[in-house]
Design a protein around this ligand. Sequence first.
Ligand code: RTP
Ligand code: MG
Length: 139
Amino acid sequence: MSGNKTFTMIKPDAVADGHSGAIIKMIEEAGFRIVSMKKTVLTPERAGQFYEVHKERPFYADLCKYMSSGPIVPMILEKENAVADFRTLIGATNPANAEEGTIRKLYARSIEANAIHGSDSDENAAIEGNFFFSATEQF
Ligand code: RTP
Ligand code: MG
């Protein structure tokens, strides 16, 4: 994976609330091409690995528990300026601070159960995409 790609997951709250389809529609209408997609569940251990960078943060244990509480929909997405444009589309971490019309403003429950993830750099997008998808699942 390289170049104009980002990685996202629809988080357990938004999947459970039945918003997967609406969120995927927003993503495609914003000009992102779906490179890879599946529905899966993280064990607490794998959630811990994914969020390793946050392991010293006070919310880490709760986050790992929440992210393994139900199915998620991970995706690799492609578009020019993918990482930054996708973070604009999803809005601020805390939905209370998210812009109107963003995915988190529309669908998040709380600062933790905030509907969707978006990679924060090209480097992390590649690492995170490869965490979920093998080379033959990226096209
Ligand atoms: P993400 O990585 O999921 O796209 O979110 P982000 O960059 O906007 O936020 P980040 O700081 O990377 O935090 C990762 C996720 O941890 C949960 N969180 N909980 N309880 C809290 O204060 C708190 N702060 C963050 C959220 O699920 C956040 O998306
Ligand atoms: Mg982050």
